[in-house]
Each structure stands twice: as structure tokens, then as C-alpha cells.
Design a protein around this ligand. Structure first.
Ligand SMILES: [Zn+2]
Length: 409
């Protein structure tokens, strides 16, 4: 179908729609319009038709109106050109061959025009197609939107359902949980009761044990106290016994000491008595005068002593003289002492001096002996106080020790 023919059909369809929608309108007007432009779309009628369409398609309709206008203009142009061509042909026919070149030119122009027309038609077709496509796309979009909306609604419903299900499940779960909790609580309560009972039993047992322990402790304390009292009594008894034993021992010891003391005292007394006796004897002995009764013998001894004294005195005098002499010699010798004779002389002189001293001592002893002859105690040993024998007294002048004591010296 050519674009022109298509246009015509759409126009017819539109006219029908208009006629139906506006029944109150005068058919004359309609007819007149139809007469005036049988192949054209009435502009006046288009407006009400547009109004009746949905707001969504207003724009597309405006586009369609614009398009229709362009189409009408194109159609008018075409018609004019055709009339011009016809007139030209008539003129050409009239002008005949004179206008042949012009005709050819015009043909060319017509061709060009035709080409232009074809291009225009093509353009229109393309535009229409585009529009149709756009419309389709729009519809599809709307459909899509609708679908999406439905899907959203369905999703919302599903979500609501899910929520409801969830709530229900939650309610069930909660109920289950509550039941479980109730069971647990009951079990716990039971367990607690059992525990409390057990604890009470344990407590009672413990109390009994504590009481028993206390009783045992008290019994133990009593037993210990008794034991302690007994032990103390025993200790006391032991102590008393010990004290008694100690006292007895002390007494025994004291007795022993007394006895020993007595023995010792006796012994001491005895010894003292003996010692006294001995001392008395000694004293007697010490003061004994063995030859006091024999005055003749004492006289004999006195004479002997005197004689001896005379001899000894002479010896002393002799010795002294010798020593004096030696001293003089010594003084003399001091000036000429080459052979050490002075030293020898000194020794000799010392010996002489010593001898003289001994002699003088003897004289002293003789004097003592003479004094003892006078008091009658001569002839008694100075060591043992026994009497010295007569012979010893005659031959040893003077003598103060018995032979025995002399030997012990
Ligand atoms: Zn003697």
C-alpha cells in the first residue's frame, strides 16, 4: 500500500469514530465536510476526537495532526502540479512541437518532482514507521509498567503472606517456647523443691551430726576433765609420796651424816687426845733433863767442854795471826806479782779465815752446851728428844743429836 492510500484509510476510520462520538452534530456539516474534502481529514472534527482520547495519547495525536497537515499540503501541491502539468500538456498540445523542448524540460522537472515526491513519501513513511514504533514502544513500556506494578503488587502480597506466615510461625514457635518454658519452669520448680528437700534433709542431718559432735565433744571434755582430775590427784599423791620419800631419804641421810659426824667427831676426839698425849710426851721429852740426876757426869762434861773451848780459842787465835801474817805478805807481794803468787796467797788466806769462822761457831756451840749443862738439859737429842749416849757425849764435844738422828741428817 502506498503512503497516500494508507493515509486515506486512516482518515476514513477517524471519521467514523468522530461520527459515533458526536451524534448530536449536524449531519449536514459532516456531509459538507465530506464533500469539501473527500480524501482529506477535517481539522474541526479532529479536535473533539482528540479530546475524547486519553491524555497519554495527546502528544501522539498532535504529532499525527501535524503529519496530516503536512500530508494535506503535500497532496495539495501534488494536485496543483498535476493541474499545472495538464495545463502545460494542453498548452503543449496547443503549442505542439514548439514547446517540445520545454515539455521535455518540464518532464524532467516532473521527474525531479516525482523523485522529490517519492523521497518525501519515503520520509513520511519512515516517520510514520518511527512513530508507530514509538507508539508500540510506549505501549510496551506501559504494559511493562503495568506488569511491573502487578508484579510489585503480587510481591507485596507474597511479602504480606510471608510476613503473616512468619508471624504465624513465630506465634507457633512462641507458643512452643512458652510451653517449653512452662515445662522448664515446672521442672525447675520441681528440681528446686527436690533440692530444697534434699538441702533440708542435709541440714537436718548436719544439725544431728553437729549435735552428736557437740555431745561427743562434751563427753570428751568431761572425760578429759575426769582424766585430768585423776591425773592431778595421782600427781598430787605422787608428789606427796615423793615428798615423803624425799623427807625419809633426807632423814636417813641426816642420820647417816649424824652417824658419820659422830664417828668423825669420835675419831677427831681420839686423835686430839692422842695428839695431846703425844704433845704432852713431846713436851715432856723436850723439857727432859736426861743426866740431871748425875751431877758428876755433868761436871765431867763441863770440864770437857771448857777444855775444848780453850783448845778451840787457841786455834782461833792462831788462825787469826796466820791470816794477819798472810795479809801483810799479800800487801808486800802486790808490788811484784809476776807469777800469780798473790792469787794463791788470797785463796790460802780465805781458807784460813773460813776455818777461823768455823772455830768461832764451835766456840758458840760450846757456850750453848755449857749453858745447857748448867740447866741440866744437855745430853738430850734436839731432833728426837731422846737421850744421847754417854760415850758419844764424851768423845764428841759438843754434841746435840743422837747417833740415829745424826745419821738421818
Ligand atoms: Zn736423836
Amino acid at each position: 500500500m502506498s503512503p497516500t492510500a494508507k493515509k486515506a484509510t486512516s482518515k476514513v476510520a477517524k471519521k467514523k469514530v468522530v461520527a459515533k462520538k458526536a451524534p448530536g452534530k449536524k449531519p449536514v456539516a459532516k456531509k459538507a465536510l465530506a464533500k469539501k474534502a473527500p480524501g482529506k481529514k477535517p481539522v474541526a472534527k479532529k479536535a473533539p476526537a482528540k479530546k475524547s482520547t486519553k491524555s497519554a495519547s495527546v502528544q501522539s495525536r498532535a504529532l499525527a495532526a501535524k503529519k496530516a497537515k503536512q500530508l494535506k499540503l503535500a497532496a495539495d501541491k501534488k494536485k496543483k502540479l498535476a493541474q499545472q502539468v495538464a495545463a502545460k500538456r494542453a498548452k503543449e498540445l496547443q503549442a505542439a512541437k514548439l514547446l517540445k523542448i520545454k515539455k521535455a524540460k518540464e518532464l524532467k522537472v516532473a521527474k525531479l518532482l516525482q523523485a522529490k515526491k517519492a523521497r518525501e513519501a519515503q520520509l513520511i513513511k519512515a516517520k510514520k514507521l518511527r512513530e508507530a514504533k514509538e507508539l508500540q514502544a510506549k505501549k510496551a513500556k506501559e504494559l511493562q509498567l503495568l506488569k511491573a506494578k502487578k508484579a510489585r503488587e503480587a510481591a507485596a502480597q507474597a511479602a504480606a503472606k510471608r510476613v503473616a506466615n512468619r508471624l504465624k510461625a513465630q506465634a507457633i514457635a512462641k507458643a512452643k517456647k512458652d510451653r517449653e518454658i512452662a515445662i522448664k519452669v515446672a521442672a525447675k520448680k520441681k528440681a528446686q523443691e527436690a533440692k530444697a528437700k534434699a538441702q533440708a534433709a542435709v541440714k537436718a542431718k548436719r544439725e544431728r551430726e553437729v549435735k552428736a559432735r557437740i555431745a561427743a565433744r562434751e563427753a570428751e571434755v568431761r572425760r578429759k576433765a575426769k582424766e585430768k582430775a585423776m591425773a592431778e590427784a595421782k600427781k598430787l599423791r605422787d608428789q606427796e609420796a615423793k615428798v615423803k620419800a624425799k623427807e625419809a631419804e633426807k632423814l636417813r641421810k641426816q642420820r647417816e651424816i649424824d652417824r658419820l659426824n659422830k664417828v668423825e667427831a669420835d675419831r677427831v676426839a681420839r686423835r686430839e687426845a692422842e695428839e695431846l698425849k703425844r704433845l704432852e710426851a713431846l713436851d715432856r721429852k723436850k723439857n727432859s733433863k736426861p743426866y740431871a740426876g748425875d751431877l758428876a757426869f755433868l761436871e765431867e762434861l763441863r770440864e770437857l767442854l771448857i777444855a775444848e773451848r780453850q783448845v778451840t780459842a787457841a786455834q782461833v787465835a792462831d788462825s787469826d795471826a796466820k791470816a794477819e801474817e798472810m795479809l801483810v805478805d799479800r800487801e808486800r807481794l802486790e808490788y811484784d806479782d809476776e807469777d800469780g803468787s798473790s792469787v794463791a796467797s788470797d785463796i790460802e788466806r780465805d781458807q784460813a779465815k773460813e776455818y777461823a769462822a768455823q772455830l768461832r761457831l764451835k766456840i758458840d756451840e760450846i757456850d750453848v752446851a755449857l749453858s745447857r749443862v748448867a740447866d741440866g738439859s744437855y745430853g738430850r737429842c734436839d731432833e728426837c728428844y731422846e737421850s744421847i749416849g754417854r760415850d758419844r757425849l764424851r768423845f764428841q764435844v759438843p754434841v746435840f743429836l743422837c747417833l740415829k738422828c745424826r745419821a738421818n741428817v
